[in-house]
Structures are given as structure tokens and as C-alpha cells.
Design a binder for this molecule. Structure first.
Ligand code: G3I
Length: 366
């Protein structure tokens, strides 16, 4: 299987080189292929964005201004997830998602769509989905409702979020969900094809976490994810990119060799890479804020430099802009009672060293 996959990759890479040299389109070659710009036309910095909360955008004008001042793109932290946007069977609630889309339009930003097929954050009504046909109808119907609605402002969707269990044996180690229960592994191609049909221009992303660390369970995740991507490609399923969530931990080492080998394979599959949810969990770090901020920044630098040495990410998105609004304390409260500081700006909207690292990387790898 490895041999077959490799030879096909070589063929695709060869075809891409040929097409680049002659200006010929690779029509019909594969729905899987991507069309990256040639290095010579790259002048802009890597685009930066942050996850936002609709309520905070509406109520907190300083936060809203900080988002306007710093972001080229935003992503809804929860407002496009099923429980908020599709709270009951046949019932959609677009108010908060629409507010985020309108904010982006008004300020010349794009939105990353997050997320269409995920095991987590599902409304209770979906537990009553009880057959394959019903699951496919609900999943496709959801995608057909959301994707065209935001077509003008969402160029990139996290179609599949977190498909794999922790410490997977292989690509079949999918996280149990309503989708796997009724559709098995077919839920991925079903979701990806439905999104491509709903917006043929959308960039389709499989988004995953725990890809970057040292240790056997993280190596297992990288192996299984690659296998999953190859399986999708072999079935000619439309897909354009891998999202590295990058919820980093300042006390976990980045596996430079492992991550770079993984990314080289992703590039060989002609997939783009995005950093989609960067933050640095700091709950075990020493108290003094300067020391903590420096360790957070160093962790992000190690990660981003490792990635950019192999591939220029299409975007760097942090999971929030300011420590004022972050998911981290929900799971990783500090024992000393001090607030977490995982994001580029502090709770007072002052820039932190992490922001300088992101700016530096965006500039250096422009
Ligand atoms: O809105 C209610 C509020 O009314 C209530 O008072 C409060 C009490 O806890 O809960 C609020 O809802 C919470 C919501 O975040 C709003 O912040 C939910 O309980 C909580 O489960 C929800 O968590 C979100 C989580 O995904 C699940 O959807 C986090 O904010 C969000 O940051 C997190 O994001 C995920 C990505 O989607 C996927 N990758 C990992 C990432 C971090 O866990």
C-alpha cells in the first residue's frame, strides 16, 4: 500500500511540475489537488486571524476594535456549531453566525467556517437519528443550508473536525459520534462532497489536534491522519488542506522531526496546511507573568518555525485574540488562581511576546 501511494504521489508531483511549466490545467486529474501560488508571486505576510465570540463583539467595543485592528480573518468559536445554529430538528438559528459574518463583511475580513462534521458539541436532538439514510439526510441538509448562506464570506471550511481518537491504531480509529454510528467512515466523504457541491470554490479542511508533540501517542496520531488523508485521496474525495489546531502546551516538546516528516508527506499529497486554533496552555507554568509569557512565546516559536521550515501555512489563526476570552480555563485552571495567558493579547488587550512571535513568523515566511 505504501509503495502504491508513493508512486501515485510521484505521478501527481510530476504532473504538477509539468502543468506549472506549460501553464496547462490539471483538469480531471484529481479533485484532491490544490493550486498553490508560485513562490515568486508571494509578497504578503501570512494572513492572521482569531476565533471570536459574537456576544463579546456586540458588547465589548475595545475587543471589537482589537479584532478589527489585527485580524484579516475570523472564525466563530461556537456560533456555527450545531447546538447554536441547528438547535432542533428542522430549525436553524442564524442570528449569531450572521452577526459574525456581517462583522467580517463590514470590516473587509473573511471568515473560516467551523465546523460541519464533529463528534463534539452536538445538540441532544441528533441522538435520535437512527438510520443511515436519516444521518446522511441530516448531515447533507445541514451543509446545504449553511455553506451557500455564507459563500461570499467563508472561503475555507473545517468540514471535518477531530476525526481521530487519541492514540489511534490507524485511520480506522475514528472518534465515535452520531456520524460514525450511522455512516461509519463514509461520513467523511459524504461531508466533504456535500460541501464541495454546496460551494465549489470553498477550500475544504480536515482539522485535527495533537499533531505536533513528542511521544508515541502523537506519532500515532500523525500516522493515522496521514493514512486517513491518503484513503480520501485514493477515493478522489475533494479536500484541499489540513488544519493543525495547535493547542500547544508549554511543558510539552514539539517533535520537530516527526512534525516535519508529517508535513512533507502532506505537501507531497498536494494539500495546503493551515494553523487553525493556536494557543498555548499555561496551567502548569511558573507564576511570574513575564516568565510565563516568555515560555508561551517560545513554545509557539518552536512550533511555527518547525512548520514554516517545510511549508508556508495559508493562515495562522489563534483560538481567540485576548486572554479576556479563552476556552483554556474551562479545562486547564491554574492551581495558583491566576488567570491563564494563552493568547497574543492579555486581558487588558495589551500585546504579549506571543504576538511578536506571530508577527515575526508572518513576516519572515511571507
Ligand atoms: O453559552 C454558555 C453560557 O450561557 C453558560 O453560562 C456557560 C456556563 O459554562 O456555558 C456557555 O457555553 C459554553 C461555550 O463554550 C461558550 O463559551 C459551553 O459550556 C462550552 O462547552 C463551550 O466550549 C467550547 C468548546 O469548543 C465546545 O464547543 C469552547 O468555547 C470552544 O473554545 C471550544 O473550541 C474547540 C474547537 O471547536 C475545536 N478544537 C478544540 C477547541 C477548544 O476546546
Amino acid at each position: 500500500m505504501t509503495t502504491t501511494a508513493f508512486s501515485r504521489r510521484q505521478i501527481l508531483a510530476g504532473a504538477a511540475t509539468l502543468a506549472g511549466a506549460t501553464g496547462t490545467a490539471l483538469s480531471g486529474l484529481s479533485a484532491f489537488g490544490t493550486t498553490s501560488s508560485p513562490a515568486t508571486v508571494r509578497t504578503a505576510k501570512i494572513p492572521y486571524g482569531a476565533a471570536v465570540r459574537a456576544d463579546a463583539l456586540a458588547s465589548d467595543s475595545a475587543y471589537r476594535q482589537a479584532i478589527i485592528d489585527n485580524c484579516q480573518m475570523i472564525v466563530a468559536e461556537g456560533e456555527m456549531k450545531w447546538p447554536v445554529i441547528h438547535p432542533a430538528r428542522g430549525e436553524y438559528s442564524f442570528e449569531k453566525a450572521d452577526a459574525i459574518a456581517a462583522f467580517a463583511r463590514q470590516n473587509g475580513m473573511t471568515v473560516r467556517g467551523h465546523t460541519l462534521a464533529w463528534y463534539g458539541a452536538m445538540p441532544t436532538w441528533t441522538e435520535s437519528i437512527s438510520s443511515r439514510g436519516e444521518a446522511e439526510r441530516e448531515l447533507v441538509g445541514h451543509i446545504e443550508t449553511l455553506v451557500p448562506r455564507y459563500r461570499d464570506v467563508i472561503p475555507s471550511w473545517d468540514v471535518v473536525n477531530e476525526p481521530l481518537i487519541d492514540d489511534p491504531a490507524d485511520a480506522r480509529s475514528l472518534r465515535p459520534s452520531i456520524w460514525t454510528r450511522q455512516l461509519g467512515a463514509d461520513y467523511l466523504p459524504i461531508a466533504l462532497r456535500a460541501t464541495a457541491a454546496a460551494d465549489p470554490k470553498a477550500r475544504l479542511v480536515v482539522n485535527e489536534y495533537d499533531i505536533e508533540f513528542k511521544g508515541s501517542r502523537y506519532a500515532a496520531k500523525r500516522r493515522a491522519l496521514l493514512q486517513l488523508l491518503r484513503t480520501l485521496r485514493d477515493r478522489d474525495v475533494p479536500l484541499h488542506a489540513v488544519g493543525l489546531q495547535a493547542h500547544l502546551f508549554a511543558d510539552r516538546d514539539i517533535d520537530r522531526d516527526g512534525l516535519q516528516a508529517f508535513l512533507a508527506e502532506v505537501v507531497a499529497l498536494r494539500l495546503d496546511v493551515l494553523v487553525t486554533e493556536l494557543d498555548v496552555v499555561d496551567f502548569t507554568l511558573p507564576g511570574p507573568v513575564e516568565q510565563r509569557d516568555a515560555l508561551v512565546a517560545k513554545t509557539a516559536r518552536d512550533f511555527l518555525e518547525t512548520v514554516c521550515a517545510v511549508v508556508r501555512p495559508k493562515a495562522i489563526v489563534t483560538w481567540g485574540l485576548s486572554d479576556r476570552y479563552t476556552w483554556v480555563p474551562i479545562y486547564f485552571t491554574r492551581r495558583d488562581g491566576m488567570p491563564n495567558r494563552p493568547l497574543p493579547m492579555d486581558a487588558g488587550l495589551q500585546r504579549k511576546p506571543l504576538f511578536d512571535v506571530i508577527d515575526d513568523i508572518r513576516q519572515r515566511f511571507a
